[in-house]
Design a protein around this ligand. Structure first.
Ligand code: 4NP
Length: 162
């Protein structure tokens, strides 16, 4: 993260990589582009349960209603993600600890964050898993991710001033 013109590479991670993290990827990308912050984004799951699948239908529908197209295909987090990304951002505490367990150095551990670290107005302590709930849960995921994405953009502006 040395040069302000270089893309900051950010990986969003949840459990299945079909609800929260693909949404984080699309929402943050849209908000960063609007703010003209150069980023490369991707997402992954701590599990490989949904490897190769598109995002959950319900999540895609809620995201589309808010103007976000979810295109990513589920994949599992892998060791080389620590080399290929500057920040790895977990949706909840379980994800956070599972990612930290894979880190092999202090430098790798320092790349791991929680999405809640970047909330501006919201006061949740994590991004709740919407998988077993109703439509309201999917909409709340979007609300929380929009707020945290604004905070993440502000963080990048502060840490990578142009
Ligand atoms: P995500 O949601 O971690 O936000 O993608 C889930 C997706 C699938 C499952 C759990 C959570 N599952 O149990 O299959």
């Amino acid at each position: 993260m040395s040069n302000s013109k270089e893309k900051t590479r950010i990986l969003f991670v949840c459990l299945g990589n079909i609800c929260r993290s693909p949404s984080a990827e699309a929402i943050f990308k849209a908000i960063a582009e609007k703010a003209k912050i150069p980023v490369k984004v991707d997402s992954a799951g701590t599990s490989a349960w949904h490897e190769g699948e598109m995002a959950d239908n319900r999540m895609r529908r809620s995201a589309a209603a808010r103007g976000y197209k979810l295109t990513s295909i589920s994949r599992a987090l892998r060791r080389k993600d620590f080399d290929e990304f500057d920040m790895i951002i977990a949706m909840d505490d379980k994800n956070y600890h599972d990612i930290k367990d894979l880190a092999q150095s202090a430098e790798e551990e320092e790349k791991v964050f929680r999405m809640r670290d970047f909330f501006v107005h919201k006061q949740y302590d994590h991004i709740p898993d919407p998988y077993y709930g109703g439509e309201q849960g999917f909409n709340m995921v979007i609300d929380l991710l929009e707020d945290a994405s604004e905070g993440l953009v502000a963080y990048l502006k502060k840490t990578k001033p142009s």
